[in-house]
Design a protein around this ligand. Structure first.
Ligand code: NI
Length: 171
């Protein structure tokens, strides 16, 4: 068990494209466990490897309701193969953009294909909150953040706030 530090914008690793995982080996299984530990510790409902500075295509999620048994999900090399036509607006936040929440519009249904920890290919249909979370986390693997879907005014305000904080921290 290892909780790893979570990167915060404007860290440039959050804007890079992550590499496909070639083999699900012990290193990947350890990474997945560390990511789950880090996500639960935060706490959050989703985490992508670039958020801990590992540029690999893997995300973890758990959308089990509070107080119920955990339902950890690990998606390796995930790809959305179908987007539903209906859109939904939900409030999103991100562990790499802490303490802010904004409404974002996304398709309310997706089909996702991925490799699981056994190395098997899985295809899953998701809707509602799970569909939002899948899209948000997979975006991270391509250097895309949810604030990219906001109006330029709102997005610039967020970016400026974190740029200033980073400069202050750097002295
Ligand atoms: Ni995020």
């Amino acid at each position: 068990m290892a909780v790893r530090p979570i990167l915060v914008i404007p860290d440039t690793r959050l804007r890079a494209v992550a590499d496909p995982i070639v083999e699900v080996d012990e290193e990947i299984r350890t990474l997945a466990q560390d990511m789950l530990d880090t996500m639960y510790d935060a706490p959050g409902i989703g985490l992508a490897a670039p958020q801990i500075g590992v540029m690999k295509r893997i995300v973890v999620m758990d959308l089990a309701p509070e107080g119920e048994a955990p339902e950890p999900m690990v998606l390796i090399n995930p790809e959305i193969t179908h987007f539903g036509e209906q859109m939904q607006v939900t409030e999103e936040g991100c562990l790499s953009i802490p303490e802010l929440y904004y409404e974002v519009e996304r398709p309310n249904e997706v089909t996702v294909s991925y490799t699981d920890l056994n190395g098997d290919t899985v295809t899953k249909q998701a809707e509602g909150k799970l569909a939002v979370c899948i899209q948000h986390e997979i975006d991270h693997l391509d250097g895309v953040l949810y604030i990219d879907y906001l109006s330029r005014l709102k997005r610039d305000r967020v970016i400026k706030k974190f740029d200033k904080a980073a400069k202050r921290a750097a002295g």
